[in-house]
Design a protein around this ligand. Structure first.
Ligand code: SF4
Length: 386
């Protein structure tokens, strides 16, 4: 079973912290939809017969800027070219200001059964500081609205660690989400990416990022508070009510096959010949370039690389350590030929002694303490670190 990711590269304005690929100037989405459907049809010739599709994810950018007609055309092309009869989850990322009841009901009619809602904060000060395009009133209104439209599965994104965001405001954001009985939450600590507006502000000394201690406090509070309220902390940034884990994201953490369509999208696929080996490829990031290549019936490929077993083993360690299910040492050995017990026996013992991991039933999992330093723990377990 495979996953499909569709990257929709449009946003109404630039959030200060964001380094995803998107454009803010395009009003006519027709050429993009045309290019995307051409790309889907192209890859279907090679991949459609290999595996049925299990999950579909429309991300961005802001897919909710697309009209229902555009979304229908994209999804219909997928259904026409791939076996989508066993799809278990179709997610669309949505910004609160884009949705009214009729649009949301239209999404459901198209078969979209899960939403990822970019709330980020329920407070206007935070939203203005991030240059989000929605208001606090729209953030408040969106959850009841998606429920009214019939969505039972949705996630809300929230960001902590904004400079000078008081602790009680972050706590109030979580309280609000819990009071709304949100079935899934993704909480992210603000990261300062170099090429963003925020990155420039920090370099010029206009903004002072929250310090490590403050970030750690917010994260610990998040873990404690959400677990107390019945959420399973199943990945570093992801919290779910029972049976509400995100299926599509789990594919990435399991090293399962997926194809990404659209500018900047990435794909991953296991090849069975000449020997089992995976390949990763990515598309060009520039929208005009992407469209031009597809108009000329060329693949919009930017980079393609076969992945060695060593690289795959390290990736598996890195991805699985982020999850509550942890690294399954038997899978690591059988699938990638890597025996962590032999190669990292000292590191495992030391990490366990320091309370950063647990090691039971052939599984290595991060403790809460370890989650705070996930990257550092990962670095100690990689077989072939850079
Ligand atoms: S809406 Fe999302 S993708 Fe667009 S700029 Fe803001 S954070 Fe980035």
């Amino acid at each position: 079973m495979a996953g499909i990711y569709l990257h929709v590269p449009f946003c109404s304005q630039r959030c200060t912290y964001c380094d995803f690929y998107f454009v803010t100037t395009r009003k006519d989405h027709g050429p993009f939809v045309q290019a995307l459907t051409t790309e889907i049809a192209h890859y279907a010739r090679e991949y459609a017969d290999l595996e049925p599709i299990e999950t579909i994810y429309l991300g961005g950018g802001t897919p909710s800027l697309l009209s229902l007609d555009d979304l229908n055309q994209i999804l219909q092309t997928l259904h026409d070219h791939f076996d989508t009869s066993a799809v278990q989850e179709t997610t669309l990322e949505l910004n609160p200001e884009d949705a009214d009841l009729s649009y949301l009901r239209g999404l459901r009619d198209l078969g979209i059964d899960r939403l990822s809602i970019g709330v980020q904060s329920f407070f206007q000060d935070d939203l203005s500081w991030m240059n989000r395009s929605h208001t606090a009133d729209e953030a408040d209104a969106i959850v009841p609205l998606v429920r009214e439209a019939g969505f039972e599965r949705f996630t809300v994104d929230l960001i902590f660690g904004l400079p000078e965001q008081p602790a009680d405001r972050w706590a109030a954001n979580l309280e609000r989400a819990v009071a709304l009985d949100v079935p899934h939450l993704s909480t992210y600590g603000l990261t300062i990416e170099e090429k963003t507006v925020l990155g420039k502000q920090v370099r010029r000394g206009l903004v002072s990022p929250a310090d490590d201690e403050e970030m750690a406090e917010r994260y610990q509070f998040t873990m404690d508070y959400l677990r107390e309220h019945g959420y399973e902390h199943y990945e570093i940034s992801s919290f779910a009510q029972p049976d509400r884990r995100a299926l599509h994201n789990q594919r990435y953490w399991e090293h399962a096959n997926y194809i990404g369509f659209g500018p900047s999208a990435h794909s991953f696929w296991w090849k069975s010949l000449p020997s089992p080996l995976a390949v990763r490829w990515s598309n060009v990031r520039n929208l005009k370039h992407y469209e031009a290549l597809l108009q000329q019936h060329q693949v919009p490929l930017d980079h393609r690389e076969p992945l060695s077993y060593d690289l795959l083993a390290d990736e598996y360690i890195m991805l699985r350590l982020r999850t509550a299910d942890g690294i399954d040492l038997d899978t690591l050995d059988e699938r990638y030929g890597a025996d962590l017990l032999v190669e990292k026996v000292d590191a495992l013992a030391e990490l366990e002694r320091r309370g950063l991991i647990t090691f039971r039933n052939s599984r290595v999992r991060l403790t809460d303490e370890g989650k705070h330093v996930c990257d550092g723990v990962t670095a100690q377990l990689l077989l072939d670190p850079l």
